[in-house]
Structures are given as structure tokens and as C-alpha cells.
Write a protein that binds this ligand. Structure first.
Ligand SMILES: N[C@@H](CCC(=O)N[C@@H](CS)C(=O)NCC(=O)O)C(=O)O
Length: 224
């Protein structure tokens, strides 16, 4: 929904986002799912609005600014915030301590080592020390871990999607997109089916709407 600029008051939370960014995608997934209402400001990474940099000088997206002035500038924190607001299908709540730590371990692997190799695989021309296949092999170690998790159930930690699935799949989407032919013929068929299921979900499609980039004073977009 399009709001006029006057539609934003100090009581409206603001989410700075970038459509294709996997961190921003997972934040939007959790926010949309929770029903927490924000105004969404689509950012051009090469031209970040001053109001974003004033709140979060590190200049990454996503950033969620709450009416009390609190700034959440880590996507995982935004996910947890949204799920604490409302978690209708129990992405978080039914996780016993063991599953919660398994979810956290998968997300840490994703955000750490896997993201490191994903960047090199995706932009291998910028990292000429090794051939692209080397970076892909390193990244695929995480795919092997996910393949193992997916044997026996449809999602990473059980029969229903949860926090780990939602935090990780936007990054696997990027990895798969680098060379879809390789990915489709790889031995990670359970990962492929899991990824397709999530990419075809109404929730994912809903958070991938295209918005005109926002600039200071522009009309505001209500999300979800
Ligand atoms: N740890 C951060 C990472 C966010 C991040 O690195 N986002 C990228 C876009 S995918 C970014 O904003 N990069 C800054 C830039 O490219 O200028 C989070 O989880 O939110």
C-alpha cells in the first residue's frame, strides 16, 4: 500500500531494505509472517539515504527503526524481534533447547563460512587466486550439511519450516543462481527440492515485490 509522506509518524516503525539482499529477504520474511507493520524504504546500496546512515552508520541493510528509537541493524535480530511480536506457525516457540542450538549453529555456519565462500563463488572474477570450482566446492560443504539435515523430513529441523530454514534459504538461493545447471545436476537433490518449495511459497513471493527506491521525502510504502 502506498502512503503519503505524512503517513509516517514517530509511531511507525521503518524498515530499510534491499530487494535482492539475502539478509533483507530473511528480515522481510519474518516481518511479513509476523504481521508487524512497517513502512518499507527500498534502498539503492550505492546511494544510501542520510536518514539510514544517521541511524546506522555501518550502512548495511536491513535496518529496522522502532518508534522508541531503538535501531536493529542485524537481520537475525530483526527476525527474532518479529517472531517475538507474533509467531503464528511456531517458527521459534516449539524449538526445544537442543533444536534451538542446532538452528543457531546452522545460521552461524551460513552467515560465517558459507557466506565467505558464496561471495567468492559469486564474484570469482574478483578473487583470481583460485578457479571458480574451488570456491564452489568450499561452499558446497554447507550444502552437504543441509542435505544431511533434510534426510527424513521436509525442512531442516523437522516437518515444518522454522527459523533456520527462513534464515538460510535466501543465501542458498544465491548460491544456486550462480550456476543453476550445476546446482540442478549436483548430488544435493534434497536441498534443491527444499529450496524450490520455499521459493514457490506464497510468503517468499509476497516479500519479493518490487518497490521504487525511496529517497528523503518520497512517498512511503506500507509493509506487509
Ligand atoms: N550482518 C548484517 C549483514 C547485512 C549486509 O551485509 N547487507 C549487505 C547487502 S546484502 C549490505 O548492506 N552491504 C552494504 C553495501 O553493499 O554497501 C545483517 O545480518 O544484517
Amino acid at each position: 500500500m502506498l502512503l503519503s509522506t505524512t503517513g509516517v509518524s514517530a509511531t511507525t516503525p521503518v524498515l530499510y531494505s534491499f530487494r535482492r539482499c539475502p539478509y533483507a529477504i530473511r528480515a522481510r520474511l519474518a516481518i511479513h509472517y509476523s504481521g508487524f507493520n512497517v513502512v518499507l524504504r527500498e534502498v539503492v546500496l550505492g546511494h544510501k539515504p542520510p536518514s539510514l546512515l544517521n541511524c546506522s552508520p555501518k550502512g548495511t541493510v536491513p535496518v529496522l527503526i522502532l518508534p522508541n528509537g531503538q535501531v536493529l541493524d542485524e537481520s537475525y535480530d530483526i527476525m527474532l524481534f518479529a517472531l517475538q511480536y507474533h509467531d503464528p506457525d511456531h517458527w521459534l516457540e516449539p524449538l526445544d533447547p537442543i533444536k534451538r542450538s542446532e538452528a543457531e549453529a546452522l545460521i552461524a555456519h551460513n552467515d560465517g563460512e558459507f557466506k565467505f565462500w558464496l561471495d567468492r563463488y559469486k564474484y570469482s572474477d574478483r578473487y583470481p587466486d583460485y578457479p571458480v570450482e574451488f570456491y564452489r566446492t568450499q561452499g558446497a560443504l554447507f550444502l552437504a550439511r543441509l542435505e544431511n539435515k533434510l534426510s527424513g523430513h521436509a525442512y531442516l529441523l523437522g516437518d515444518r519450516a522454522g527459523l533456520a530454514d527462513m534464515a538460510v534459504f535466501p543465501f542458498i538461493r544465491q548460491f544456486a543462481q550462480v550456476d543453476r545447471v550445476w546446482f540442478d545436476q549436483s548430488s544435493y537433490s534434497l536441498v534443491g527440492a527444499w529450496l524450490d518449495r520455499l521459493l514457490e511459497s506464497p510468503l517468499f513471493l509476497a516479500v519479493m515485490t518490487r518497490y521504487v527506491p525511496w529517497d528523503e521525502g518520497a512517498d512511503e510504502v506500507s509493509f506487509p
